[in-house]
Design a protein around this ligand. Sequence first.
Ligand code: NAD
Length: 421
Amino acid sequence: MKLIIIGAGPGGYETAAEAAARGIEVVLISDGPLGGTCLNEGCIPTKALCAMDAPDQERKHAVVEQLTGGINQLMRNPLITVVQGVASLGCGHCVDVRADDGSTLHFDADAIIIATGSVSASLPIPGAEKALDSSAMLELSEVPERLCVIGGGVIGLEFASIYRKFGSEVTVLEFCPNILPRFDVDLAKRLKASLVKRGIKIETSARVTAIEDGAVRWSKSDKEFETAADCILMAVGRRPNLASLNLDEAGIEYTPRGIVVDENMQTNRPGIYAVGDITGGMMLAHVASAQGRKALAHIIGEACLIDMSVVPAAVFTVPEAATVGLTEEECAGRDISVGKANYRANGKAVASGEADGWCKVIADKATGKIIGAHILGAHSSDLIHEAAVLIALGATAGQAGDIIHAHPTLSEVLLAAVRGV
Ligand code: NAD
C-alpha cells in the first residue's frame, strides 16, 4: 500500500512513522521544516522560552534543532520518502509537488492524508500589519519595555506570561468578557486574577479598532482608549492553511473553518483524509496526532478506539492552567456535583512555594462518573492526565476517591477535589 501525506507537523510526521512501521510506503510532502508549527514556531520554542529568565535565541534554536534532528532520524526509513515542496491535489489520488528547485513532481497513492496545519489570523483593522504574529514574536532577542497583546487566548496569555517574567510591562486586550473564552469560566477567572497579581494588565470586553505607531486603540462600553506599546502581538486565533491545495478543482468540501471530514477523518472524497488544524477543530498538536492515527486505522481497515471527546489541554502561563472534559458551562441543564480543592491546603505545594492554585472536578450526579476537571497551578499540565484517564475509563468520583495517592504530592489536590464531589 502507498500513502501520500501532505504536511510534516505532528499530524503528518507521526502518521508517516506509524504507517511505515506497518509496512506502508509513504511519501511525506512538506513546504517547511519537519516538525511543522509545533516544533519550529509553536509549542516547543515557546516552552523553551518559558524555562528562561531572558530570551536566549541560541538555547531556543538548540532545543528545536535537537528535536528536529530526532524527527529527521525517524523519517530516515526506507519506506518513507520526504519531498520538499508545495503540494496540490489532482484527480483521483494524485498529488503534484512544486519542488523548491522549480521542478514539478507527480505522485499517486492508494490514499492521501492532508495535514497542512494553520496560519496566524489577523484583524481587518488599520495598522494590523504593524503587529507581530506568534512566529515573529519567538524571534525577538530584545525584551520590549511595553508589550500589548491583542487576544487573551492561549497564545496571547502564554506570551504575556513569558514577557512579564522577562520584565516587560504587559497589557492584554481580550474581545470577550472572559479570557480563554472556551475554557471553564471559574478557571479563566482564577487565572486572570493570578496573572493580574503578577502584574499583567488584562482588559476584557475590549474591541481593538486600530494599531498606530507605538499604540493600540481600543474601545470598551463606548469609551475610547489607547495603550502605548513598543511591541504588539496579534494573537486572535489561527485559520486553516487551505492555500495551494487546489481543493476546489479536486472537489474536496471545505468551509473557511477548514476541510470537512467524517468521524474517520475522511473527506467527501473516499481515500482522501484530513487531520489536525486544517480540519478547524481543536487546534492542538496531540489532537492532530490522534486524528492521524484515526485516519490511518481507517485506511488499513482497523478499528480505532481513541475517544476524541477526552482531550486534555494545557496553557503554559504562570501559573499553568489545564483542562479536560466538560466545563461547568457545558453542563448547563445537567444534574452535576462539583468538588473543589486549593493548592494552599496541599503540603507539597506550600513547601515548594507553589501554593497559588486550585482544582475543580465535575461529576454526573446520576451516574457519579467524572466528566470534567480543571486545574490551575504548578504542574497542572501534567496533573490533568490523571483526570483524563479517570474520565476515559468511566471512573466514578467514589472510585477515584478510593485510589491511594502518595503524600506529599500535588496529585493530592486532585484527590481532594474528587473527594469533595
Ligand atoms: P484562541 O482562539 O485560543 O484565542 C484567541 C483569542 O483572541 C480569543 O480569546 C478571542 O476571543 C480573542 N479575540 C478574537 N478577536 C479579537 C479582537 N478583535 N480583539 C481582541 N481579542 C480578540 O487562539 P490563539 O491564542 O491565537 O491560538 C490559536 C490556536 O492555537 C488555538 O486553537 C490554541 O488552542 C492553539 N494553541 C494551543 C497551545 C497550547 O495547547 N498550549 C498553545 C498555543 C496555541
